[in-house]
Design a protein around this ligand. Structure first.
Ligand code: A2P
Length: 290
């Protein structure tokens, strides 16, 4: 918290760059706002492929979020905060935070972020937000979680949420990638949850995990869009075809994939849900840095 004498420039704090609510300036001109970010310590980093890594960090007890939401996270670079929207891959009941990220060699943030090590400090925005939350969906029976690439992250959080298993009879987690190696993070996550004392029984009763690959041989092959329109997905998992009466959908991935899926569902009468009004499906773009 800043106790410094007021130093403002057009409503922004000179010390941390945060926009300041003027009601937080007291009579003698002292700023009493909190910094816009938590400064969290990196606890571990895992590199999954040349283009994917995940990391865990400490979590301030004041940082609250709903499973499926995202926050601005990043690093202080040359004295300035550089942040991007990242979904929490950890669940809100976990003590630590986890994030799943791509690496882009010349990406403004990820070129630095991919080099973080245990003990480094990351910035985490105080406010979490996002549309991939169960309250934005109408009541239903089957929940389809459709993701490509790092779009898996919000679903990593949601499949660790007991409330999701309460609300739905069946949860189908689909993760589409180009190569088999890109599935490792999700495969390990699901395998660990299956061994978990609390989640093991919930997963075996309700969760179907369906990884699919487009550019090399694998047991499941093809784009999510094609797998749905051809009914292959439902045939493979031995479940009934798409049904607006019972299916609710969350999607997170590349803009192209989301655009096609949106069209696919809308032409079948599904409506998009939002924080104002629940619907049959909700959408979030996966973080992309070019
Ligand atoms: P494909 O290999 O046929 O392009 P990316 O790494 O480009 O984000 O892609 C991740 C996965 O999403 C890949 O399997 C890719 O398939 C698939 N994908 C890309 N564009 C679309 C789309 N418009 N609809 C469905 N799947 C897509």
């Amino acid at each position: 918290m800043h106790g410094e004498i007021l130093r403002l420039f057009r409503g922004f704090c000179f010390i941390c760059g945060e926009e300041i609510d003027r009601s937080n300036i007291n009579a003698i001109g002292k700023i009493k706002h909190m910094s816009a970010f938590y400064r969290e310590k990196v606890l571990s980093v895992r590199h999954w492929t040349d283009t994917l890594f995940s990391f865990r960090a400490t979590r301030d007890t004041g940082f609250r979020f709903q499973n499926g939401q995202f926050a601005m996270i990043g690093l202080e670079i040359d004295g300035r905060p550089l942040l991007r929207a990242y979904s929490m891959a950890s669940a809100n009941h976990e003590e630590e935070l986890e994030f799943f990220s791509i690496k882009v060699a010349d990406g403004p943030l990820t070129s630095h972020l991919q080099k973080i090590r245990e003990g480094d400090i990351i910035l985490v925005g105080r406010k979490a937000t996002g549309t991939l939350v169960t309250d934005n969906l109408l009541a239903g029976e089957r929940l389809l979680l459709l993701s490509t690439g790092t779009g898996l992250a919000p679903f990593a959080s949601l499949i660790k949420d007991p409330d999701v298993y309460e609300r739905f009879d069946s949860i189908v987690l689909v993760h589409g990638c180009r190569q088999v190696s890109e599935l490792s993070y999700g495969e390990e996550l699901v395998a660990k949850l299956r061994d978990d004392e609390l989640f093991g029984p919930l997963l075996s009763e309700k969760l179907v995990y369906y990884p699919t690959v487009t550019r090399e041989p694998f047991r499941n092959r093809g784009r999510i869009t094609d797998l749905i329109t051809s009914h292959q997905l439902f045939d493979d998992i031995g479940q009934p075809p798409l049904d607006i009466a019972s299916d609710r959908i969350m999607m997170c991935g590349s803009p192209a994939m989301l655009g096609e899926l949106r069209q696919l569902f809308e032409t079948r009468g599904f409506t998009e849900g939002s924080n104002n009004e629940p619907g049959h499906f909700v959408i979030e773009k996966a973080f992309v840095e070019r």
